[in-house]
Ligand binder design. Structure first.
Ligand code: PGA
Length: 231
C-alpha cells in the first residue's frame, strides 16, 4: 500500500480567528466521514499534515484533540531554531515544539532567499529537530541540493514552480523523485509547487512521488480537502 503525505504550508497567512474559521469548514462532517472511509483504502493511506504559523499551533492542537474520532491529521511548524533552549532572542527551540507538532519544514527556498539560510544552517536545524524527535520535511530545489544524513522526507520544490501557477512537468518531477528515492535512499519524496485539486493526481499517481507540499491551495478549506480527496 502506498502511503501519501499531504502537507499544507500556510506560510505567514491566517490570524487565530481565520485559522478557527478554516478548521470549522475543513473538518465538516462529510469530510471527516470521507476520511474515515477512504484515508486507509487498499491502495493508499493518506496522512494530512498542516503547518500553520507557529503561534497558532497550540490552538489548532487543541481543536484537533477535541475531535473525538481518530483522524490522520498532524501539525508541523515551518521553521526551527538551530540552537537548543537558551539566550537566543526571537528563536523557538525544537524542544519547545515537542508535544504540539511532529514535523518541521526545513530549508524552504523562501527561507534560503529571504533570510539567507545556507546549507550549513539548514543542516544545524535538521540536527536540532532530530535531537528533539521532530521529523524534518527537508526541501530541495533540485538534484544538486545537499541533503543531510538520515532524512526521511524530502520535498522537491523547483523555485520557478512556487506560487507561480507553473508547476513542474509531472514526468520531470517523477524523475527527480526517482533520483532521491533510488540514489539517495530517501523513503518519502514529495513534490511541491503550484499544486491544485486539478493537478494533484498527475503527481501522486507517479510511482516515486509520495505526496505533495501545498502552499496557496492549502489556505482554502474546500480546495485543500479536494486536494486530499483527489490525491
Ligand atoms: P505553492 O507553494 O503551492 O503556493 O506553489 C508551495 C510551497 O512553497 O511549499
Amino acid at each position: 500500500m502506498k502511503k501519501l503525505l499531504l502537507v499544507g504550508n500556510w506560510k505567514s497567512h491566517k490570524t487565530l480567528q481565520e485559522a478557527h474559521t478554516f478548521m470549522i469548514a475543513f473538518l465538516n462532517n462529510s469530510f471527516i466521514e470521507w476520511l474515515h472511509t477512504h484515508a486507509e483504502n487498499e491502495d493508499k493511506s493518506k496522512r494530512i499534515i498542516i503547518c500553520p504559523p507557529i503561534l497558532l499551533i497550540p490552538d489548532l492542537d487543541r481543536m484537533l484533540e477535541q475531535i473525538q474520532a481518530k483522524i490522520p491529521i498532524d501539525l508541523g511548524v515551518q521553521d526551527i531554531s538551530p540552537f537548543p533552549i537558551g539566550s537566543h532572542t526571537g528563536e523557538v527551540a525544537a524542544s519547545e515544539i515537542v508535544g504540539l507538532a511532529k514535523y518541521v519544514i526545513v530549508g524552504h527556498s523562501e527561507r534560503r532567499k529571504e533570510f539567507g539560510e545556507t546549507d550549513e544552517l539548514v543542516f544545524q536545524k535538521v540536527n536540532a529537530a532530530k535531537e528533539s524527535g521532530l521529523e524534518p520535511i527537508f526541501c530541495v530545489q533540485g538534484k544538486d541540493t545537499a541533503v543531510p544524513e538520515g532524512i526521511k522526507i524530502v520535498a522537491y520544490e523547483p523555485i520557478g514552480a512556487i506560487g507561480s501557477a507553473h508547476p513542474d512537468d509531472p514526468q520531470h518531477a517523477e524523475s527527480v523523485a526517482a533520483f532521491f528515492k533510488e540514489e539517495k535512499h530517501i523513503p518519502f519524496v514529495l513534490y511541491g509547487g503550484s499544486i491544485t485539486a486539478e493537478n494533484v493526481s498527475l503527481y501522486t499517481t507517479k510511482p516515486h512521488i509520495d505526496g505533495v507540499l501545498v502552499g496557496g491551495a492549502s489556505l482554502d478549506p474546500t480546495s485543500f480537502s479536494e486536494i486530499i480527496q483527489r490525491a
